[in-house]
Design a protein around this ligand. Structure first.
Ligand code: BDR
Ligand code: CA
Length: 340
């Protein structure tokens, strides 16, 4: 890569709760020359934060990049969510794993089936790393939260001036008119709705890659076979994770037994190649933080188009190009490192 191309690489920080689809997102980011992954901050979510840190380091270890991309452990729980008593979780559905015939079927195993990490996370807390890195950066940085967005919201509370140092925030979170963890809410925003609201209300430009877009670009068992045929460690891991998700959802009585969304990887893909999102609309958005049936719901004001007043910074994705997304994944996961 030439000096100019290197300079033009988009500086990003991923915020993950690894996580099967997080793992694919990390590999896509780390193997894409358009991105300069400055660091990965880790939060709780799919599993406790300690597991998510270990899984993140395992994925980087598979790529041989654990000494190149620093990993920082972040918050172990949401900002304030569990202080609100009426949040009884009556409508909540834990979609992570089920047991059948003595076997666990999980879309996010406690530990990814990879060799244990050889190194530990860096000493700084993820929130301090975010604040310090954003404050000292010469270029603006894009933050990609693909778990509950606790770390970034905490960092904004710690040092609000970091808002001006972000190019944009590209979330995997939310949904319009659908949910996965409850009928109304997507899991990442549901798990820390106050955090999502703090970021969206902050005025930082945001792109929301939610369930509408991710489910419009589901990958299927044939795609998994094509990935496996690429014979690289990254593509083979992505194939196994995709198959694991589809099988687990089938056992849970969810999904269609043939395909599933790879949510977090689509958010990363949209930073590399914005045109992968084929229907993006700019709206005023809010997050329900009232603890009732709609807790954590992304509220999108579809009544008014605000293009003229310049107020809303929120772009919401409704649809993605599956072929473009899958082509990008194959291209990046299928080359660049040693075949096994
Ligand atoms: C999101 O929730 C997590 O389970 C996934 O990793 C993804 O970030 C999908 O709702
Ligand atoms: Ca995630």
């Amino acid at each position: 890569m030439g000096a100019q191309a290197l300079q033009q690489r988009k500086k990003v920080i991923l915020d993950v709760d690894t996580g099967s689809d997080d793992a694919i997102a990390i590999m896509l980011a780390a193997l894409s020359p358009e991105l300069d992954v400055l660091g990965i901050t880790v939060t709780w979510g799919n599993r406790p934060v300690g597991n998510c840190v270990e899984n993140t380091l395992r994925v980087l270890g598979l790529l041989g990049k654990e000494n190149e991309i620093p990993v920082y452990k972040g918050c172990p729980q949401p900002m304030v969510r569990y202080l609100t008593k009426q949040r009884n979780g009556a409508l909540e559905k834990d979609g992570i794993s089920v047991w059948k015939d003595g076997k666990e079927f999980s879309i996010h195993p406690a530990y990814l089936d990879l060799p244990p990490a050889k190194i530990k996370a860096r000493a700084s807390h993820a929130c301090s790393y975010l604040v310090e890195t954003l404050l000292r950066a010469e270029d603006k940085i894009t933050i990609i939260p693909v778990g509950p967005p606790t770390n970034l919201a905490m960092a904004i509370r710690m040092e609000p001036s970091i808002i001006t140092r972000m190019e944009e925030v590209v979330f995997m979170g939310g949904a319009v008119g659908m949910g996965n963890i409850t009928p109304c809410a997507e899991a990442n925003f549901y798990h820390d709705p106050e955090a999502a609201k703090i970021i969206i209300d902050s005025g930082v430009p945001c792109r929301i890659i939610g369930l509408n877009a991710t489910h419009s670009a589901e990958l299927d068992l044939e795609d998994a076979a094509s990935l496996r045929a690429l014979k690289t460690p990254a593509a083979r891991l992505a194939a196994s994770l995709l198959e694991m998700r589809i099988e687990a959802l089938g056992v849970m009585g969810d999904g269609n037994g043939h395909s599933d969304a790879v949510h977090d990887a689509l958010a990363v893909a949209s930073v590399i190649m914005p045109e992968v999102i084929t229907d993006m609309r700019r709206s005023r958005c809010d997050i329900d933080v009232n603890g009732g049936a709609a807790d954590g719901q992304l509220i999108v004001d579809t009544r008014i188009r605000h293009e003229k007043d310049g107020l809303p910074n929120i772009q919401v994705a409704y649809k993605a190009d599956k072929e473009m997304f899958f082509g990008l994944l194959c291209d990046r996961l299928g080359c660049c490192h040693t075949k096994i």
